[in-house]
Design a protein around this ligand. Structure first.
Ligand code: GLU
Length: 284
């Protein structure tokens, strides 16, 4: 039987809050005593990821009693690996360079993707490459889906098979301007390379899975099971977020909360499953 391998993959862009406790707890509990649980630092964004937040998140997880069963991987130390994967996609004519600015992308967007991002209008597709101009690398989604014969579904741990919506994302960025790689690329590569069998994460990343499944199939990576969990909400019913100033784990600790108490509260949140819309279930 395959040993469960799960991961918690925070980005050091701020202090951890209770929403992270829920995600970490979910991954740790699903791995159980017999499985393997990994912590991975997703720090590819050089503008937003700061060493002091990484130090803080490691301290916080330690306090919480959540420990990685293998040495912690930092994505910033793995850039050559991601670049080699991007090279593969480039050699297979599955990505193309795009010199559009953020403003141009917004102005010519073909609508909004399932994750809320702007769908690229495609003006750089088929243009000749000018390596000296700043550029990103975009996946040619139509070509990718043609080669795969459609968007690959995925399985949730709950047993549901989920319909893929990658076509609605359009040509997502796989190689950013600043470091040459992107979230979609790195997360897919790492989950495969680290042998993650169960990808656990919040419902807010549910839609991104469509893109990750496409990359997995293009690259011949194994298909993990997914377990998207319900999110911890604030008093007004909004998802807790660093950006909106959710109370940090360190503040909760200073205010007298215990690690055991927070883990117990996290398990209460995890009792309720993420509600998957009926039209996303292939097996309804
Ligand atoms: N690094 C992502 C975040 O902090 C999580 C990525 C994932 O779990 O797939 O939101």
């Amino acid at each position: 039987m395959t040993r469960f391998c799960t991961r918690f993959a925070p980005s050091p862009t701020g202090f951890l809050h209770f929403g992270h406790v829920v995600s970490a707890c979910h991954a740790r509990d699903l791995a159980g005593d017999a499985g393997k649980f990994l912590i991975r630092i997703e720090d590819i964004d050089p503008q937003r990821c700061l060493p002091r937040f990484e130090t803080a998140l490691l301290e916080d997880l330690d306090w919480l009693g959540v420990k990685s069963d293998a040495p912690i991987v930092r994505q910033s130390a793995e850039l050559p690996f991601y670049h080699s994967i991007l090279d593969r996609l480039r050699n297979e004519n599955l990505v193309y360079p795009c010199t559009c600015s953020r403003t141009q992308v917004q102005a010519h967007a073909k609508g909004t993707a399932p994750d809320g991002s702007a769908v690229y209008g495609g003006s750089c597709r088929g243009k000749s490459f000018e390596p000296d101009r700043p550029h990103v690398w975009r996946l040619d989604m139509a070509e990718a889906l043609k080669r795969l014969g459609g968007g690959p579904s995925w399985r949730e741990f709950s047993g549901r098979t989920i319909v893929n919506r990658a076509a609605e994302f359009g040509d997502v960025v796989l190689g950013r301007r600043d470091n040459g790689v992107s979230y979609h690329l790195c997360v897919t590569c790492d989950d495969a390379r680290q042998g993650v069998t169960h990808v656990t994460r919040g419902a807010d990343l549910f839609e991104a899975t469509s893109v990750h499944r496409v990359l997995q199939e293009l690259l011949g990576f194994p298909q993990p099971l997914y377990s998207h969990h319900a999110l911890a909400l604030d008093a007004s019913g909004q998802k807790l977020s660093k950006r909106d100033g959710a109370e940090s784990l360190r503040a909760l600790r200073e205010n007298g909360h215990t690690a055991a108490g927070l883990m117990a509260r996290a398990r209460e949140v995890l009792q309720s499953r993420m509600i998957i819309p009926a039209d996303r279930c292939a097996d309804r």
